[in-house]
Design a protein around this ligand. Structure first.
Ligand code: CA
Length: 234
């Protein structure tokens, strides 16, 4: 018997929070609601939710700060909600460690689909995957069982989405993946409109791997097609 999934919904607009709650409850989830960042952090510590839906525009403590503080303590999947729609905000949200991002107005159906995908992903992460990839002549190690990447002997602090992206690309060096394919691999669902989240993840991943954005050596851009991990130099 499984216990219901607990989802913390942090949203100060009651109407949106209610709709989100009713959709999530229909899916069989248990919903805890918070309207301020302070309450959200308290609920997070006390209720240990399995997933967090977090509005970026909160009174007093901003959603960005809430995200950062939750991420400092936990790997829980976080979906951000925002009224803004700009690449800048998207990158910022994902840099803070959010796993996914929805711009208001959004369809509650789409939110529940993404919640489902992230929960499925979180569960499949519990299954052991014994495989270790060594790339870039051994400089980069992608360890799937421990879910970590090591570059030049030092661990690289990656979010779950960034790790999945790296893992996918590094598995078959030289194979070009379209953004569409990567969305599916990284997020677990396909929505064409969200392919640009992949660009944001790639940008973050390159930065964390110490890549020169204008001349990346590991994560390559295949112009007009997608991305690929560099083939080993012989
Ligand atoms: Ca708000």
């Amino acid at each position: 018997m499984s216990t219901p999934t607990r989802i913390l919904v942090v949203e100060d607009e009651a109407r949106i929070a209610e709709v989100v709650q009713s959709y999530l409850e229909r899916e069989g989830h248990m919903v805890v609601r918070a309207t301020t960042g302070e309450d959200a952090l308290e609920d997070f510590a006390r209720r240990r939710p399995d997933l967090v839906v977090l509005d970026l525009g909160l009174p007093r403590m901003a959603g960005e700060d809430v995200c950062r503080r939750i991420r400092a303590a936990s790997d829980v999947p976080i979906i951000m909600l925002t009224a803004k729609d700009g690449e800048e905000d998207l990158v910022k949200g994902l840099q803070l460690g959010a796993d996914d991002y929805l711009t208001k107005p959004f369809s509650p159906r789409e939110l529940t689909a993404r919640v489902r995908a992230l929960l499925r992903r979180a569960r499949s992460d519990d299954e052991p995957q014994a495989d270790v990839l060594e790339r870039a002549g051994g400089r980069l190690v992608v360890d799937s069982s421990r879910r970590r990447a090591i570059l030049d002997g030092a661990p690289v602090d990656l979010t779950e989405s960034e790790f999945r992206l790296l893992q996918t690309l590094a598995r078959f060096p030289g194979r070009v993946y379209t953004r569409f394919e990567l969305v599916e691999k990284v997020q677990g669902y396909q929505f064409e409109a969200y392919e640009r989240t992949i660009d944001a993840h790639v940008k973050n991943l390159r930065r964390k791997l110490g890549e020169d954005a204008r001349d990346p050596r590991l994560i390559l851009t295949a112009y007009g097609r997608g991305y690929a991990f560099a083939e080993e130099q012989m």
